[in-house]
Design a protein around this ligand. Structure first.
Ligand code: SAM
Length: 195
C-alpha cells in the first residue's frame, strides 16, 4: 500500500515536472470524497449514466473512474489537461475527452446526466456561482440528472458557500458526506420530468 502510494506520487511528480501544472495535483489523487462521488454515480442505473461532465477536472482522477458512455473533462489549465489525456491512455475503454474551459466565461454544450464541480468553487463569488448553477440546471442537465458540488467550512478558503443558497428552486439536495477540512459533498437532483 505504502509502495503503491510512493510510486503514485513519483508518477505525479514526474508529470508535474514535465507539464508544469500546479503542484496540488501531486499529492491529492485518491481523496475519500472522490471515491464516494465515483461510487455514488456508478451506482445509478445504466440509463442514467449516458453523459457526465466534470468542470475543474484536474488530472481527471474522478472522471476516469466513472462508468458513463460519454465523459467530458473541462479545466482552465491546458497543462493539467495534457497530463490527464496522457494518463487516460493507460486505461481500458474509450478515454474521456478533455477541453479547456474557463468558468464562468465559457458555457458548456450538450446535455448531461451529471455535472460535477468539486474542490475549486470555493474560489468563486456566491452570486456568480448560483447564477451558473441555475443555468446549468435549466439548460444542460437532463431531467433526473444531478449537479455534484462541494462546500467547505474553513476560514482559510476564500468562500464558505451555503448549499441552500446555491441550490436552484425545486432541486432535491442530498448530502453525500463530510471530509477533511469540513468539506461537504452535495448532490443536487433535478426532477425526473419537466413539469
Ligand atoms: C484542486 S483541483 C481539483 C480537481 C478535481 N476536481 C478533484 O477534486 O480531484 C481544481 C482544478 O480546478 C481547476 N479550476 C479552478 N478554477 C477553475 C475555473 N474557474 N474554470 C475551470 N477550471 C478551474 C484548476 O485548474 C484545477 O485543475
Amino acid at each position: 500500500m505504502r509502495i503503491a502510494r510512493t510510486l503514485h506520487r513519483l508518477e505525479r511528480g514526474l508529470l508535474q515536472r514535465y507539464y508544469g501544472f500546479d503542484r496540488w495535483h501531486i499529492g491529492h489523487a485518491g481523496e475519500r470524497y472522490a471515491a464516494d462521488i465515483v461510487r455514488c454515480l456508478n451506482g445509478w442505473p445504466e440509463a442514467d449514466r449516458q453523459s457526465v461532465v466534470e468542470i475543474g477536472c484536474g488530472l481527471g482522477d474522478i472522471l476516469r473512474r466513472l462508468h458513463f458512455r460519454s465523459r467530458l473533462g473541462l479545466d482552465r489549465d491546458p497543462r493539467v489537461l495534457a497530463a490527464a489525456r496522457l494518463l487516460s491512455r493507460f486505461h481500458r475503454g474509450t478515454p474521456p475527452r478533455f477541453d479547456v474551459f474557463d468558468f464562468p466565461k465559457a458555457l458548456p454544450s450538450g446535455a448531461y446526466n451529471a455535472i460535477i464541480m468539486v474542490n475549486w468553487i470555493h474560489e468563486v463569488d456566491p452570486d456568480q456561482l448560483r447564477e451558473a448553477i441555475d443555468a446549468y440546471f435549466t439548460r444542460y442537465l437532463r431531467p433526473g440528472g444531478s449537479v455534484v458540488l462541494d462546500t467547505v467550512d474553513d476560514p482559510a478558503y476564500t468562500y464558505n458557500h451555503d448549499v441552500q443558497r446555491l441550490a436552484p428552486a425545486g432541486a432535491v439536495t442530498v448530502h453525500l458526506g463530510r471530509y477533511g477540512r469540513n468539506r461537504d459533498i452535495w448532490v443536487l437532483q433535478k426532477a425526473a420530468t419537466n413539469t
